[in-house]
Every structure is written in structure tokens, then in C-alpha cells.
Design a protein around this ligand. Structure first.
Ligand code: GLC
Length: 436
């Protein structure tokens, strides 16, 4: 075999080998693509984003959750239902965060939890996400944005606002020839008279159970008496001032005079709503969520709402409430959690939710939205009420301060302590918690 033939053969073999090699490289690359991208795309489980919420509202969230899950193949929003009392849900979140590795990616938060959760490092700020998104915070009520802000960063995206209102039975007032009351004294007199005449079973129901709802309710009684709880700027405690003692005295008196049933000392929002719906009770203090539920009850068309009563020289104040979503610091899926927050931010999603539930929007434009106003004619007035609402002190020690207030108020309304002794002790303990 001459040299030329030999090199010819060798080069043929070599190019055959190259072809085989190329074929294997191609095969390996195809397999890699299939296993790295194609197979996972078909078999990948969606990321689950979990959030805990009060049972009542969790049920009302169902259409939103379904809408989200149907439009997001890669994420599954999972709702964990908790108790209805806000502080019990707060306790569950708190213990999960303290134990570490919390099973939640988002926290659905009451406005009063934010300073504590943020100060403890349990949440991550969402400012950077907001900057690079379509979310426009100026579309929301100031109170709700401020309530979600701690040390200059936003930790909670508002979803719904809230404000305490006075519900009254239009039919009962009419029977007695009364206009809705403006002052505490009028509320007491009308109640007493309608009860004496046998027109009403009870005069006034309110939340007197020892829980957060009691503090929220009391903020309105304080405001109407020109009193205050804690000044957030100076951290001065006002509970032992004469006006605050008078506010506690008012609550005690409603039970003493038989205007409020003795059971109010154990009632949260839902118990008072049921009593208002099922008996002839003239007045109820509650949040706007009650409106559509009561419209669906025996008293449908026979009640209305107005701002809370006050002393003649002072003004009415609705307690600022409200809920929104915060991102849990330990979530492994912050981007997906943000997707959920963005979905809840959509005006259409919100409109549908408020149409169905009658909660108070946090987005300003919805108060004058034609569809919503057609259903809830009081929405435009509600905007004014929530824009001028009274705050519970936005401080990191809020939960402790609220516990103290609840404990001593409870002692007042159950007759264990005089308003003066109880409020003096509450002020002293609160000052010691605040270190002032
Ligand atoms: C409502 C309010 C919330 C408040 C709670 C008290 O849910 O929105 O802010 O703390 O009632 O029960």
C-alpha cells in the first residue's frame, strides 16, 4: 500500500470518526436539553404561596384565589384559614415566626401588626418591587399607606381599609319620632326611651370582649370624648386623663342602665352583628362588612349607618382599621409572592371583591366607582370618614399596650374596678412598657 493510499484511508476513517463523534455530541446535547428544560417544563410542580387569613374573609377570598390560580400555571395560592379574632391570627403568625421556618410566604396583616412584625425582622420591605412595577401607591388612602410603613419602608401593601361606624334601625327611630343621634347623651336617651316604650329590646351593642376589637372600639369612644390613648410622637399616655376616664365610664353606664345587654362583655364583631340582626336593637357599633350581611337578614332595608357619636364639643372619629399583604422575610419565593400582591392590587379584582363583600376599599377611586355606589350608596361618604379616622398608636409595642388596655377596660365593664382606678392603673402599666 503506498503512502498516498494509506493517508487517504486514514483520513476517510478519521472523518467517519468525526461524524460519529458529532452524532454523539448532538445526541448528548439533545438529551441534556430534554432533561434540563423540556421534561421539567412538563413535570414541574407550581410553586405554592401560602397565606393565613381569618376564616370569614378567607371564604370571601375564594373567587380571587380561584381567579389567581386559573391565570397562573406556575404558582398555586394556598389559603390557610385562621380564627376570626384579629389578635388570635396575630398570635399564630407570631409563634410561627418565632419558631423560625414559618410555613407562610405572605402575611395578611391587620394595620396594627405592622410596626411589631417589621421591627422584629419578620417581613421584608417591598419598596424595590414597587419601584419596578405598575403599582402606584398614590392611588391608595394615605392612612393605609402610612399604616403599612415602618421606618420609612413599606412592609404591607394595602388591600382593604376599615373604619368603625354606627348602625341604627331606621324603623325603630321612626316609630319613636327620632332623628339619628349626634352625641353620646342622645344615643343613651333615645335607647332608654325606645326600650321603655317596648319598641326596642336593646339600645346599643358594641364589642366588649377582651380582645383587639375592644381596643379598636374604645379608640372611637376616646376620640368622641376628646381623649387619647398614646400620642405616637411624644409617647405620652392619656388614659388617666379625665376625658379618657369619662370614656370608660360611658361604656360601663350603657350596661348599668340596661341599654347594652350584660353579654356585651363577651361579644366580638360577629356576636354583635347577630344580635343586631336578630333582635330589635336600635344601635350597633361595627365595621362596614356588616352592611351587606345585614341587608340579607330580617332587618333588610330597615337600618342605615353614620359616623360614631361624640360629645357636643368634640368630634366623631372612626377607628382606622384595614388589612393588606406583607412579604414574609423567610419566603423562598419572593417573586411569586410579589405576583400575588400584584394580582390583589388590580382595580378590577378589588372592585369585584368589594361588590361582593361591602368591605371598605383602600383604593381611593373605588369609593366613587359607579358600580359600587349603585350597590352601596354610602361609599362616597365613607371616604370622608376613613380619610379622617383615628389611629391606634403605630408603635412596635402596640400588642402589649393593647393587652393592657383590654384587661383594664374589661375590669371596668364587668364592674370589678372603677373607671378611675382602672384607667390610672392602665396608664401606669402602659408607661412602664413604653419606658416613659
Ligand atoms: C377589623 C379591622 C382591624 C381591627 C379588627 C378588630 O378587622 O379592620 O383593623 O383590628 O377589626 O377586631
Amino acid at each position: 500500500m503506498n503512502i498516498r493510499k494509506l493517508t487517504g484511508n486514514l483520513s476517510k476513517r478519521f472523518s467517519k470518526l468525526q461524524k460519529i463523534q458529532r452524532f454523539f455530541i448532538f445526541l448528548l446535547a439533545s438529551l441534556a436539553i430534554t432533561f434540563l428544560w423540556v421534561v421539567p417544563a412538563f413535570t414541574q410542580q407550581p410553586v405554592t404561596i401560602s397565606v393565613m387569613i381569618q376564616t370569614l374573609e378567607g371564604t370571601q377570598w375564594q373567587p380571587i384565589v380561584q381567579g389567581f390560580n386559573e391565570s397562573h400555571d406556575n404558582i398555586r395560592l394556598e389559603i390557610i384559614k385562621g380564627p376570626n379574632d384579629t389578635n388570635l391570627v396575630e398570635d399564630l403568625y407570631t409563634s410561627a415566626f418565632l419558631l423560625g421556618d414559618a410555613p407562610y410566604d405572605l402575611a395578611y396583616m391587620d394595620i396594627v401588626w405592622v410596626p411589631k412584625f417589621a421591627a422584629a425582622g419578620w417581613l421584608q420591605p417591598i419598596d424595590e418591587y414597587i419601584e419596578t412595577s405598575e403599582v402606584d401607591l398614590s392611588e391608595y388612602l394615605n392612612g393605609d399607606i402610612n399604616g403599612g410603613t415602618y421606618n420609612g419602608s413599606l412592609y404591607r401593601m394595602p388591600f382593604r381599609s376599615d373604619g368603625g361606624m354606627l348602625y341604627y334601625r331606621t324603623d325603630l327611630l321612626q316609630q319613636g319620632g327620632y332623628e339619628p343621634p349626634e352625641t353620646f347623651t342622645e344615643l343613651m336617651q333615645i335607647s332608654q326611651d325606645l326600650q321603655d316604650q317596648g319598641i326596642a329590646d336593646w339600645g346599643y351593642v358594641w364589642q366588649g370582649k377582651q380582645y383587639e376589637g375592644m381596643s379598636a372600639m374604645f379608640v372611637e369612644i376616646l376620640e368622641g370624648h376628646g381623649a387619647y390613648w398614646i400620642d405616637p410622637e411624644t409617647r405620652e399616655v392619656g388614659l388617666d386623663r379625665p376625658e379618657a376616664i369619662a370614656a370608660a365610664e360611658f361604656l360601663y353606664q350603657t350596661i348599668q342602665d340596661g341599654i347594652s345587654p350584660p353579654g356585651v362583655t363577651t361579644y366580638a364583631e360577629e356576636e354583635t352583628r347577630r344580635l343586631f340582626q336578630n333582635t330589635d336593637t336600635v344601635f350597633l357599633r361595627n365595621w362596614p362588612y356588616v352592611y351587606p350581611l345585614a341587608q340579607d337578614s330580617e332587618i333588610s332595608g330597615q337600618f342605615a349607618i353614620k359616623p360614631m357619636v361624640h360629645e357636643p364639643q368634640d368630634s366623631s372619629g372612626a377607628c382606622q382599621g384595614g388589612w393588606g399583604l406583607g412579604m414574609v422575610a423567610t419566603t423562598s419565593h419572593p417573586d411569586e409572592a410579589w405576583e400575588v400582591i400584584q394580582y390583589f392590587n388590580q382595580p378590577d379584582v378589588q372592585r369585584q371583591f368589594f361588590l361582593e363583600t361591602g368591605y371598605v376599599p383602600a383604593r381611593k377611586s373605588l369609593f366613587n366607582d359607579p358600580e359600587l355606589v349603585a350597590q352601596y350608596s354610602y361609599y362616597p361618604d365613607l371616604l370622608n370618614v376613613v380619610e379622617n379616622s383615628a389611629l391606634r398608636p403605630p408603635i412596635a409595642q402596640y400588642a402589649q399596650a393593647s393587652d393592657i388596655l383590654q384587661r383594664y377596660l374589661s375590669a371596668v365593664i364587668t364592674g370589678e374596678m372603677t373607671p378611675e382606678a382602672a384607667m390610672t392603673a392602665a396608664a401606669r402599666e402602659t408607661r412602664s412598657v413604653l419606658g416613659s
